[in-house]
Design a binder for this molecule. Structure first.
Ligand SMILES: [Cu+2]
Length: 316
C-alpha cells in the first residue's frame, strides 16, 4: 500500500472518479470479467481453466458466428436490394404480391432450425453443469453482507473461515482516504484469506446466504451461482491440472451498500500442496480448540449458576 504524502483530496477524488468511469465502461461493454480473469484478453469471454468454462466459451462462439452469418445474409440482401431496385434505376414497386405461403414456410423453418442447432449443445452443457455427482471435495459457502464464509467438508472437515476484503483495498476505498486506488495491487479484488482448493479434483460448492441474495462468480471457472437465503444451491468445477494459481471473482448480485467490496479469491494448488495446507490448518486450529476446551468447565459453572438463579427467580 502506498499512502500519498499529505492529503491530496482532488487527486484522490479524480482517481475515484476515473475508477468509477472505468468500471462503468467495463460493465457496459460486458468486459467486467476481465477484472478478475487470468485468461481473458479483455475483448471476449475468458477461455477459463475448466472443461465447463471451455464449453461455455465454445457455445458463445458458436452463437456469435451464427449471428455473424445471419447479419451477413440479412444486411447483404438489404443492401443489394436498396442499390439494385432503387427509384433512379427505374424500379417500380410490386403491388400485386401481398401473401406467399411458400415464403412464410421458409422464414419459419430456417430460424427454427437455427434455434434447434443452438439449443442442443446448450442443453447438454447445462445438464453437465448441474451434475454434481461424484464430487471429491465439498465446501459450504455462506454469503453475508459483505463477506464470504468457507466451511470445508470431506477430507478437510473442520476448516472454517471468513474471507473479507483485504485491508489495503479497504483503506483505499474510504472516502477521503488520500490513497490512490491505482497504487493498490488488485484493488477491490483481494481478500485476507482466499479459498484454497486442489486442482484436478471435482469440487462441489453448497451455497447459501445468511441475509440477502448474493452470487458467487469466478469467470475463469465458468462458475456462477445465486446465493439465496433459505436455499442451498450447488455448483461444481474441476480445475485443469497444471493451471494452479490465483483466480479472482466478485459477488455478482446487487446485495447492498458494499456489494462491490466482497471479492472472491481462489488459490488453486496441486493435490499434494492442498493436503499439506489442510494439515497446517488443522494443526493451527488444535491449540485454539485446547484453550476452548480448558475454558469450558468454568463456563459450565457460570451457566449452572445462572440457571440455578433463574430457577430460583421463577414463581412456583
Ligand atoms: Cu454480495
Amino acid at each position: 500500500m502506498t499512502v500519498t504524502s499529505g492529503y491530496d483530496g482532488r487527486r484522490a477524488a479524480r482517481a475515484r472518479k476515473f475508477g468509477f468511469a472505468r468500471a462503468l465502461c467495463l460493465a457496459a461493454f460486458g468486459l467486467a470479467a476481465r477484472a478478475g480473469a487470468n485468461t481473458s484478453n479483455g475483448f471476449n469471454l475468458p477461455l477459463g481453466v475448466t472443461e465447463i468454462s471451455r464449453d461455455i466459451y465454445g457455445l458463445h462462439m458458436e452463437a456469435f458466428w451464427i449471428c455473424v452469418g445471419i447479419a451477413a445474409v440479412v444486411f447483404g440482401a438489404m443492401i443489394y436490394s436498396l442499390l439494385k431496385f432503387r427509384h433512379s434505376q427505374g424500379a417500380v414497386a410490386d403491388t400485386t404480391m401481398s401473401h406467399s405461403t411458400q415464403v412464410e414456410i421458409i422464414w419459419t423453418i430456417i430460424p427454427a432450425v437455427i434455434l434447434i442447432v443452438m439449443a442442443i449443445p446448450a442443453a447438454k452443457i447445462i445438464l453437465k453443469m448441474e451434475d454434481t455427482r461424484n464430487s471429491e471435495l465439498s465446501i459450504r459457502v455462506t454469503g453475508y453482507q459483505w463477506k464470504w464464509e468457507y466451511q470445508y467438508m470431506d477430507a478437510a472437515e473442520g476448516i472454517d473461515f471468513f474471507s473479507t476484503l483485504a485491508r489495503d483495498s479497504n483503506f483505499a476505498r474510504q472516502l477521503h482516504s488520500g490513497i490512490d486506488p491505482n497504487t493498490v495491487p488488485n484493488y477491490l479484488l483481494e481478500v485476507d484469506k482466499p479459498l484454497v482448493i486442489p486442482s484436478g479434483t471435482k469440487v462441489r460448492l453448497l451455497l447459501t446466504s445468511q441475509d440477502v441474495i448474493h452470487a458467487w462468480w469466478v469467470p475463469d471457472f465458468g462458475a456462477k451461482r445465486s446465493v439465496v437465503p433459505g436455499f442451498v444451491n450447488e455448483l461444481w468445477f474441476r480445475i485443469d491440472p497444471g493451471k494452479e494459481g490465483i483466480y479472482r471473482g466478485q459477488c455478482a448480485a446487487l446485495c447492498g451498500r458494499d456489494h462491490g467490496f466482497m471479492p472472491i479469491v481462489v488459490d488453486v494448488r496441486t493435490p499434494d500442496e492442498f493436503k499439506k495446507w489442510v494439515g497446517e490448518q488443522k494443526a493451527a486450529a488444535k491449540p485454539a480448540e485446547a484453550v476452548a476446551a480448558a475454558g469450558s468447565p468454568a463456563d459450565d459453572r457460570i451457566a449452572d449458576r445462572s440457571t440455578a438463579r433463574s430457577a430460583q427467580a421463577l414463581p412456583n
